[in-house]
Design a protein around this ligand. Sequence first.
Ligand code: DHB
Ligand code: FE
Length: 299
Amino acid sequence: MARHAGVICTSHVPAIGKAIALRQQQQTYWKPFFDGYRAVHGWLDRLRPDVVVLIYNDHGLNFFLDKLPTFAVGAAPEYRNADEGWGLPTIAPFPGDPQLSWHLIESLVAEEFDITMCQEMLVDHAFVVPMQLLWPMGPPWPVKTVPICINTVQHPLPTAHRCHRLGQAIGRAIDAYDEDVNVLVLGTGGLSHQLDGARAGFINKQFDHLCLEQLVSDPEALTRYSNIELVELAGTQGIEILMWIAARATLLGDVTQVHRNYHVPISNTASGVLVMEPRETSGPRERAGSGTRRDQIAG
Ligand code: DHB
Ligand code: FE
């Protein structure tokens, strides 16, 4: 049977991809941010996932205002990247896992999620940058991938409650997958940020920390916020917390926080990374709250 090994939630700011391309990881601005991923690399080395189910929001590369599915699941043998206009180099294709994709699609539709299934899908910075952060040596990528896309472009967006329920259904599908594979779930976006309008540059550290705590200890609590409330609290693009809510929900029981890092700002964003694993796989020294944690406020 498949093993759901854990969840990583991370920001996906395009400027990170630019810093990687320019090899600026050791520069003063970037070092505290990139250092926050070292513990993640150590955990991934121990975990050795075979496949990543990557929950992210497309920003207009694959889906645009003409057609915008609420939930889309990739079922392609590979996923290509393309120029979005951020000045990022395009990157070699990511291997897909059509067998797991179709298993997830079958399970989600059976659970009455009316998803869009995509046998071709371009992946944008919200997919590429987190993959580069987790596996800095890639490509070639050591994992297969299944992209799952949640609409944050065209309102109405799915509610936090619905995204949480989607995550739970993905988690049940992973648990029922009859292949001997280690599955990692990755949720990308957030934390608080707003790129446009009168509140451009808005960041809410207090709410970000509340989210980081509640994702670990009481994820249902976050489903009580309406999307308007989430936008008020986290900024228009901070609504990307929906990805973190969905990803966390794929772990159906209690979790242990393995690592977290919070760093403000990266570009216009309060960046965060949070690693969680199922409680029962944790050793005695890794109980909740005793994982690594660093909060950094720069600038
Ligand atoms: C930024 C953050 C995002 O999540 C994104 O998709 C694009 C830009 C930023 O802070 O620059
Ligand atoms: Fe984004």
